[in-house]
Design a protein around this ligand. Structure first.
Ligand code: MCA
Ligand code: AMP
Length: 506
């Protein structure tokens, strides 16, 4: 069997200089590539000793730290399937993920240990370790007692490397199964397409529980054996502090609008930079233009999905056209299709469908759902609507899926509506996205009270939702109506609600 373990691909790139810096924290702690190899070896030995077999899931909900990244790499080395979880997820959300994924081992924040142990036990998992934001906790304590040497487990290209949950239009989250081939092929293409070269330094400010921060950003740096300047989270001041030492930065549009709000962002601050990349949500043409005026840099916008990692990108050399997501990446087939999955001509709006080594194998334990999302000729239905210009640039013009993207995080209205409908005093609800200055789009809820004594107001609904779902999913505004507007088929007319709610947008 050809060994396709992604870790071995990274290892082949950094083996030449193990003393080279791999990661530097805000506090100035430096880890070398040799440290990376040794520490992931210790964690891998620990995982194996705790009974984690290749193909078994390791679920992780921890704050961003160097050790959290080492844990991911150690999972790759053991052949385990890494399952990262957004730190904002609340108990009910975690209960679903842990129950659905049936992990062999869970790593959580020390403060969540009691709750996670309960949820893990209910899912038949007895091993829970913890890791705090400073990289301390039982995971690293136990790992330190294991040797650094570990023979990375060979993997076949289609063996799973990770499962990332994405919310779904039906309200139930789906686990996107990503293989070593999916991750490696995309990483190699991006590394080449974005011209990574000797001397590049990545400024890393994204969370590492989603594809953007974990795969797109880290994989490029690892393939290049580059150092990463590692920020705990996005903070404009910290980004400005480290920019003079960085050459590449990746972010969601909110990062760029927030940077533009600072007076310090100028040509001088970006003098050492080679490339600014944006994705996960639409970058306004206005932000693109303002950024160029202030810094002299033209942001490179690209487009991707959890299920496919990166699909298209504006060019490194050549026009980075504002409002577009550029061209299909090498090895990625992108077509704009009509209602019967037939290819449409340039200039026509249709469904974006994609195919390539980067495209995931399916949704975890959801064969039916997987079948629905692929066409007869093997293209994946992204749920995005797009148009290809005669010169090849792709523009996303909307979505066929009912999805809100808030600050780069996806929120499916159906999921939020099902929580709202359960609240006392609520007869029914509709959730829509409304424009938001900081997050691009924000979640807003329209509620029909049930007329009972359990009367809610905006604050009480928000407070109740905060206990149930991640903060980014909690409606920023709640309005009450006597009835929801419906069409002749009985479907809620969300476009009308969106128009009406523009006035109350947060
Ligand atoms: C935090 N809050 C939010 C969001 N983030 N509300 C709406 N949308 C958000 N994105 C809320 C919190 O619940 C809290 O509410 C308040 O804002 C402050 O929280 P805090 O954590 O301090 O916020 P922050 O640190 O300022 O976070 C904003 C952020 C963050 C830095 C923009 O959301 C972020 O890092 N976004 C990046 C998302 C990302 O990596 N997406 C990639 C997905 P309260 O005060 O009421 O409690 S991968 C993907 O999409 C594909 C593959 C692709 O193409 O990349
Ligand atoms: P996720 O499921 O979190 O991976 O989000 C994927 C979705 O984010 C895509 O289907 C798009 O709708 C959206 N997306 C990603 N990048 C861009 C972009 N550059 N412009 C507009 N939408 C984007």
């Amino acid at each position: 069997m050809d060994n396709a373990n992604l870790y071995d691909l990274f290892r082949s790139r950094f083996a030449a200089d193990l003393d080279a810096p791999f990661l530097e924290t805000e506090e100035g702690r430096v880890l070398t590539y040799g440290d990376l190899d040794a520490e992931t070896g210790r964690i891998a030995n620990l995982l194996a000793a705790r009974g984690v077999l290749p193909g078994e899931r390791v679920a992780v909900q921890v704050d961003k730290s160097p050790e959290a990244l080492l844990l991911y790499l150690a999972c790759l080395r053991t052949g385990a399937v890494y399952l990262p979880l957004n730190t904002a997820y609340q108990r009910a959300e975690l209960e679903y993920f842990i129950g659905d994924a049936s992990p062999r081992l869970v790593v959580c924040r020390p403060s969540a240990r009691g709750m996670v142990e309960e949820l893990a036990a209910a899912a038949g998992c007895s091993v829970v370790l913890d890791l705090d934001e400073n990289g301390r906790g039982s995971l690293m304590e136990e790992a330190s007692r294991h040797p650094a040497g570990f023979a990375t487990v060979p993997r076949a290209p289609d063996d799973l490397a990770a499962i990332l949950y994405t919310s779904g239009t039906t309200g139930r989250s789906k686990g996107a199964m990503l293989s070593h081939r999916n991750l490696a092929s995309n990483a190699l293409v991006l590394h080449d397409y974005w011209g990574w070269k000797k001397g590049d330094v990545l400024l890393h400010a994204l969370p590492i529980f989603h594809a953007h921060g974990l795969f797109v950003a880290c994989h490029c740096a690892l393939l290049n054996a580059s150092p990463m300047l590692w920020l705990k989270k996005f903070d404009s001041r910290q980004v400005l502090r480290f920019l003079p030492r960085a050459t590449v930065f990746m972010g969601v549009p909110t990062f760029y609008t927030r940077l533009l709000e600072t007076a310090e962002l100028d040509r001088q601050a970006c003098a050492n930079m080679r490339l600014f990349i944006s994705g996960s949500a639409p970058l306004l043409a206005e932000t693109h233009r303002e950024f160029t005026e202030r810094t002299g840099h033209v942001i490179l916008e690209r487009y991707g999905m959890t299920e496919t990692i990166m699909l298209t990108s504006n060019p490194l050399d050549g026009e980075r056209r504002a409002g577009t997501v550029g061209f299909p990446l090498p090895g990625v087939a992108v077509r704009i299709a009509g209602e019967h999955d037939q290819s449409l001509a340039a200039g026509e709006v249709g469904h974006v469908q994609v195919k390539g080594d980067n495209v995931f194998g399916g949704y975890w334990r959801m064969p039916e759902k997987t079948r629905e999302e692929f066409t007869a000729d093997g293209f994946f239905r992204t749920g995005d609507l797009g148009i290809i210009a005669p010169d090849g640039y792709i523009t996303l013009v909307g979505r066929s899926k009912d999805l809100i993207i808030s600050g780069g995080y996806n929120v499916y209205p159906k999921e939020i509506e099902s929580y709202l409908d359960e609240l006392p005093g609520v007869a029914e609800s509709a959730v829509i996205g409304v424009p938001h200055r900081d997050f691009g789009e924000a979640v807003a809820a329209v509620i029909v009270p049930d007329g009972s004594t359990a009367r809610q107001d905006e604050d009480s609904i928000i407070a109740l939702m905060k206990e149930r779902v991640a903060g980014f999913k909690v409606p920023k505004r709640v309005v009450f109506v006597d009835q929801l507007p419906r069409n002749a088929m009985g479907k809620v007319q969300k476009n009308l609600l969106r128009e009406q709610l523009l006035e109350v947008a947060p």
